[in-house]
Ligand binder design. Structure first.
Ligand code: HEC
Length: 249
């Protein structure tokens, strides 16, 4: 279990204020009143896809984090180039509506918002079965990989420390990094760490989507729910250090 010695409850509340966690993202959705013909086009899934340049995606995602954080960052990294290449239906989507994913969903530390942004984009781009497998690979990769990897051209802070989260949860991902780096949630380093990680997730998603487009994406990875008989992450022991409970007693 991680100790939260450097993150007091007071720090967390103050830092949440500083990063502007609040119910501001939904306002964008009010502008989304498509004309009937457009609405019909947007309802047809999957939307057309053209292969993306991962470097371009990473740069947009990194800059996007500083505009509206992780979910928005990944979604804008993936979808803005498609808005330019393809136009509608991508241009019908006000990506700012994804801002509420910040902080593992408005600071609750659940699913890392970057993965929420990726999920939404993949949900429009790939058919259901392929999308499900792509996101399964993404969550495994996110959990197993030393992050962040991305090196911005103009970094806003120095990020020397990488960590493996063993989990797609924001709480564990951010907490383990803060602890190893000795930096608070509100520090410029932690913010840049999350901006870089946002670029990493967007780029990896673009690469998997490109493989899928080329017919090269193959995955036999099982979903945790199919392995454990409960929706879960693999790191049972971290949260159940004494005994992993039986699903059915
Ligand atoms: C991120 C933390 C976390 C992880 C990882 C995790 N669990 Fe849990 N799990 C919990 C918490 C918290 C509860 C609620 C415990 C309680 O109410 O005493 C819980 C409850 C459960 C329950 C319901 C029964 C009970 O005792 O509450 C089962 C079954 C369970 N977990 C199994 C698993 C298995 C199997 C895995 C790994 C595949 C796993 N968990 C991974 C945090 C976690």
């Amino acid at each position: 279990m991680i100790k939260e010695k450097k993150l007091s409850r007071r720090d967390l509340i103050l830092d949440a204020g500083k990063v502007g966690i609040g119910a501001v993202g939904a306002a964008g959705l009010l502008n989304f009143i498509p004309k009937p013909a457009m609405a019909k086009e947007a309802q047809q899934l999957p939307w057309p896809y053209e292969k993306l340049d991962p470097e371009e995606v990473g740069k947009i995602a990194y800059d996007g984090w500083y505009k509206a954080f992780c979910s928005y960052g990944v979604a804008t990294g993936l979808l803005t180039p498609l808005q330019k290449k393809i136009g509608e239906p991508y241009t019908l989507l006000p990506i700012e509506g994804l801002r509420l994913g910040e902080g593992g969903l408005v600071g609750w530390g659940t699913l890392c918002g970057s993965l929420l942004g990726a999920t939404v984009a993949v949900g429009f781009i790939a058919p259901y079965d392929a999308g499900k497998q792509i996101m399964n690979e993404m969550l495994q990769w996110y959990s197993d990989t030393q992050l962040p990897i991305y090196k911005p051209a103009n970094p806003k802070a120095t990020v020397a420390v990488q960590t493996t989260s063993n989990s797609p949860l924001c709480h564990l991902s951010v907490g383990k990094w803060c602890q190893k780096a000795g930096k608070s949630l509100g520090s410029p380093e932690r913010k840049d760490r999350c901006a870089r990680l946002t670029a990493d997730v967007a780029m990896k998603t673009a690469m998997l989507l490109n493989d899928w487009k080329d017919g090269k994406f193959k995955s036999t990875l099982k979903h945790p729910s199919a392995i454990y008989g409960i929706t879960a992450q693999h790191n049972c022991n971290e949260c159940h250090p004494n005994k992993i409970p039986d699903v059915i007693k």
